[in-house]
Design a binder for this molecule. Structure first.
Ligand SMILES: [Zn+2]
Length: 523
């Protein structure tokens, strides 16, 4: 990569590691405006350069956008190459020249960015420092303190994760939700507090890959509420851009949502870790603007260092599958996203998994009693059954769906049962009309329109192909027979698919389930 670093740091400070053991980049020779990048090379691209520059051409080179320590309204690039740090006003790559975005836009102006880099300890040290700092300002249980601290670390590695966690802060007024949100604004990577929840501002913020902090979010069923929910649902996995006015936006990134009530939306609930806050009588420090400034100043430079130092190990980190067998696929993703920055710290990882297991159990109990959730789960599975053997189900009785749902309830040890009539009502509510199928009763056909609708519902409710895959399949990342609609709706869950002809074991499995709704029974 060609940079003008030497010109700007001709006194030798272009390698701050050597000149300053604190990695504290000296701006003794501030960048002179002698070269106007806009004048010489085209095209110019304004970018925060969120992630690494082309890793194939420049291995182990990372560029982070930082604030100029002498003028916070001015942004610079911090370049990291195998531990060497340089700070430059712009970067050239090929025929392109990159300059940081202007801070005129309010989103960039309010985005939390470090203004330097400082030495940090390992993940264990950082975790301990974060826990101690957070507990100065807010009264959290030990478990929640762990979750929040690990979330902060995780927010520095969105580009290493297959799925990012959300935190959902619930509590009455005066419970400290806002304090925690403001604290996270000081600690998370590129944190941005959004109070104005109009979809547009959220989409724009997506261009900055921030850790989005939504204050006082009260989901309702207004158009705007629905749009925000859709955006939040799409933003936990990379590569699922949302279309808006003909443009694609990425909403991927860690998010914290503060609300008076828990998520009403199951898809969202499955992406979020619930933190319940209550008013406290414990003596905590007030988090005023000065305190916020101090916390950010102390932690942002260290966390930036931790990100750059640990990036490749975090990217490669996976929790062994055997440690997560009992978690739902969604929670297993969350667990990986949270545990990755802990790297080899077995004790914290084990503690974290214990807490997540509890969250998973609570969420599962709440979800699995919701008829809509159960019916969508059933439809999503049924619409794929027989694909491996080319014996797809064509017609479906409502009674077949309720039988499927009830079988699921039995397998989960729940006493609740659903009647065909009840399920018929749920189907209607979900927008899947039923009709008489001869003299067999009411039902519907798996037409292409209905299948599309089912995939849309699956996305809304937070299902993907991991929910249908067998455990042995999940372990090797294999999801079964490919499905064009799953691809189109982003429901592949990162699995691989193959068109195996009449794979005997799978056939056996599906034939065990088939008698409930086999199309041969419908004829
Ligand atoms: Zn599908």
């Amino acid at each position: 990569m060609k940079t003008k670093a030497r010109r700007y740091f001709s006194d030798g400070t272009n390698s701050p590691k050597k000149s300053n053991p604190a990695f504290n980049v000296s701006f003794g020779s501030r960048p002179q405006a002698s070269v106007d990048p806009r004048a010489s090379v085209t095209p110019i691209q304004r970018a925060l350069l969120p992630f690494s520059i082309d890793q194939n051409v420049f291995p182990e080179t990372f560029v982070e956008t930082i604030r100029d320590p002498e003028d916070s309204q001015h942004l610079l690039f911090l370049q990291w190459q195998r531990g060497e740090v340089t700070v430059v006003p712009h970067l050239e790559q090929g025929r392109k020249i990159y300059v940081p975005p202007e801070t005129k836009s309010s989103a960039v102006a309010e985005l939390r960015l470090p203004d330097r880099i400082l030495p940090c300890g390992d993940s264990l040290d950082l975790l301990a420092e974060l826990r101690s700092e957070i507990s100065k300002f807010i009264d959290l249980s030990e478990d929640d303190l762990l979750l929040v601290s690990v979330f902060v670390l995780s927010s520095w590695f969105p580009d290493c994760l297959k799925a990012v966690p959300y935190l959902w802060l619930v509590g009455p007024l005066g419970s400290g939700k806002t304090t925690l949100l403001r604290l996270l604004h000081c600690l998370c990577r590129r944190a941005l507090i959004i109070g104005d929840l109009r979809g547009a501002s959220l989409y724009k913020s997506g261009l900055l890959y921030p850790t989005l902090l939504l204050d006082e979010f009260e989901p309702d069923h207004s158009r705007m509420g629905d749009e925000v929910l859709r955006l939040l649902r799409a933003g936990s996995t990379p590569g699922v851009p949302t279309a808006r006015n003909g443009q694609l936006y990425s909403t991927f990134g860690h998010k914290v949502i503060s609300s008076r009530q828990p998520p009403i939306d199951t898809a969202l609930a499955s992406r979020a870790l619930l933190i319940r806050l209550l008013p406290t009588r414990k003596d905590v420090l007030p988090l005023d603007t000065a305190a916020m400034g101090r916390v950010a100043k102390a932690f942002q430079p260290k966390l930036l260092m931790f990100r750059l130092k640990s990036h490749s190990s975090v990217r490669q980190f996976r929790i062994p599958f055997g440690d997560m067998e009992d978690l739902t696929p969604r929670m297993a993703d969350l667990a990986n996203g949270m545990a990755a920055p802990l790297l080899g710290d077995a004790v914290s990882k084990a503690k974290l998994l214990t807490v997540l297991r509890e969250h998973d159990r609570d969420a599962r109990i709440e979800r699995c009693l919701e008829p809509e959730w159960l019916v969508v789960e059933a439809l999503f599975d049924l619409s794929h059954q027989g694909a491996a053997t080319n014996r797809m189900i064509s017609d479906m009785l409502v009674g077949g769906v309720s039988a499927y749902v009830n079988k699921t309830m039995v397998s989960r040890g729940e006493d609740l049962r659903f009647s065909a009539r009840g399920v018929g009502g749920v189907l209607k509510g979900l927008g899947i009309p039923t009709r008489r199928l001869g003299n067999l009763g009411r039902g519907f056909s798996f037409t292409s329109v209905v299948k599309r609708k089912i995939h849309e519902l699956a996305r809304q409710f937070g299902f993907d192909r991991r929910d249908l895959a067998t455990l042995s399949g999940l372990e090797v990342g294999y999801g079964g027979t490919p499905c064009a609609l799953c691809e189109a709706f982003g429901l592949t869950g990162g699995l691989r698919f193959a068109d195996l002809e009449r794979e005997s074991q799978r056939h056996l499995l599906s034939s065990q389930r088939r008698p409930l709704f086999d199309e041969t029974e419908m004829q």
